[in-house]
Design a protein around this ligand. Structure first.
Ligand code: FES
Length: 163
């Protein structure tokens, strides 16, 4: 409807205004939702998929005594991705292996295997762990962190267990 002077009536003007707002809203959603998803995606994916890391041929790990291996990995935490070198202790039995973190569960010092006592020892505060990673003494309250292991075509692979 038009007024006597040919101008659109108030209701028609209001309809155009609502349609314009609806278009602006749709355009905002079209741009905003993917943008917010893109920004939040790294936070959502924080270490969800721990990769298997190759530790080389399992034959190079001696049997019977825990043996240290240095592993390089990429750690992603939110937007930050960094290279991490860590020591993993391997206790091999044929084609099977147990793998422990080399970090003491008290405050993170590097543990070492003492063959004369048959224990892992922490030099910082005297923490002691069995060859299976259980706490034997000192301030640590929980066992050494374990890794998943598997052998693929003679190669040992290790994966961090998510907690
Ligand atoms: S850091 Fe190992 S006992 Fe404290």
């Amino acid at each position: 409807m038009r007024s006597a002077g040919g101008e659109p009536t108030t209701s028609r003007r209001r309809l155009f205004q609502i349609a314009l707002w609806a278009c602006q809203g749709a355009l905002g959603l079209l741009v905003g939702v993917p943008a917010v998803g893109f920004l939040l995606d790294p936070l959502r994916r924080r270490d969800l998929d721990e990769p298997w890391l190759s530790a080389g041929a399992i034959d190079r790990v001696p049997e019977g005594e825990p043996h240290p291996l240095r592993l390089e990995s990429r750690r992603r935490d939110g937007y930050v991705e960094r290279s991490v070198t860590s020591t993993v202790w391997i206790l091999r039995d044929g084609d099977r292996a147990l793998a422990f973190s080399g970090a003491c569960t008290h405050l993170g010092c590097n543990i070492a295997w003492n063959p004369s006592t048959g224990e892992f020892e922490c030099p910082c505060h005297g923490g002691r762990f069995s060859r299976a990673g259980e706490v034997l003494g000192g301030p640590p309250r929980r066992p050494l962190d374990r890794f998943e292991t598997r052998t693929v075509d003679g190669a040992l692979e290790i994966r961090r267990i998510r907690t």
